[in-house]
Ligand binder design. Sequence first.
Ligand code: NAP
Ligand code: MG
Length: 477
Amino acid sequence: MTTPPTQLFVDGAYRDGAANRRTPLINPATEHPFANVAAAELPDVEAAVQSAHRAWESGWRDMAPGKRTEILFNVARLLRENLERIAQLEMLQIGKPIADARDEAGLGARVFEYYAGGITRFYGQTIPVSRGGFDFTLRQPMGVVAAVVPWNFPFPIACWKAAPALAAGNCVILKPASLSPLTALALGEIAHAAGLPPGVLQVLPGSGSSIGDALVTHPLIRKVSFTGSTEIGRRIMELASRDLKRVSLELGGKSPNIVFADADWKRAAETSPMSVFANTGQDCCARSRMFVEKSVYERFVETFVEATRKLVIGDPTSPSTQLGPLVSAGQRSTVEEFLGDARKQGSRFACGGSRPSGRGYYLEPAVLLDVAKGDRCWREEIFGPVVCITPFEDEGEMLREVNASPYGLSGSVWTNDLRRALRVSRLVQSGVLSVNSHSSVHVEAPFGGFKTSGLGRDLGMTAMEGYTELKNVYVAE
Ligand code: NAP
Ligand code: MG
């Protein structure tokens, strides 16, 4: 077994937390505890912030762009060399199927390559101001940035926050979720080994309820970049408003998957189960509300259910496994409460919803039909393997229901009618949308939500802008 890191990563080295508190980690596939990881407390936050600020002022901020490029490419190279270790740690801590864990480790490395290459392609403007003289803009780093990340895609999300922030010249304090500190710690260690100076990237595992407020309100932390629940996102924004701290928030979703009868609906039905059940449904982009045009609805559901039954659920160590367990006993209970509600409300279970026998926090993916639009399962983010499928006849009415959700993160539209594809893409209120596809995340393109799904964007060069302040300089002639 890959030996898990168990300490904080502060000022370029592993060390115990000030209070010597530890969080036990449980492998969700076996229910066995396998590590105890140090939990940061307030003195550790202070030490990390001071170290980050020192590192920023004493070198990282002013490092020649070419040198910073070299270091971040080196981080990417070392991540690739450590890909298997990262994948194994990710699988252990959250039960992610190993094939997905390997893909996501590679994605993290790719993100570092993208932003390493972006450093010297990211610049300001010269502006012909009316009074003459010379006017130009600078994109300046902010200072110390806190990145608070969740447990569903721990490694890639840590990378897609840290890499653009570092590329733009900031120092980063990464707070992983309590359930998933290991790959964040590995990232800190590997980045340091790749030449990142001490203090430039630090990792503070620890409970959000103990150290979250301190990170968000610390005067030397200039920006908080968060991915997680809408509830905590709201709290971070409230706290940050006191001194107008910059925030970017990537929050929940209840994304639609819209299938028109003119589409290759069979392909949509065969591929859509993984658009909601991948990562065992613990995905902010999960297409958890399916709208299917009535003329193909019955056949669509039949094909969808058949494809769902074929999904390989089980041991995350097997490369053929598609769905692992839920992340924790608590997360499985939360999902089961939703399913209990659905049963009470009279929704029809086309398949799934039960626990398979044996150990691990497994749950069979559930396909719900006849769910009323007012029910919790229809309206709220479940964050588990549950989909609701509903028929529609009128495009306008369907779109009103799509947009009635307070969320607006992602979604798919299936149609072969170009005009319809363009019209519907424009009208769906979401930050990300794909036509005849289920992909939501591209390293090179902006990713984030409308409405309560968030604020600001990860990925692409848009994310790098978000880790800078824009300065205008005027020089008189
Ligand atoms: P969460 O509480 O929002 O956790 C996300 C991150 O925020 C974790 O690192 C967490 O640390 C931290 N955090 C918690 N309280 C904080 C605070 N007061 N200040 C600053 N940071 C804080 O999410 P969760 O409780 O793990 O999951 C609950 C629900 O959120 C899920 O069922 C799902 O609906 C949604 N969710 C969405 C995403 C997404 O990708 N958009 C990801 C995860 C969860 P700790 O782990 O130490 O609490
Ligand atoms: Mg929470």
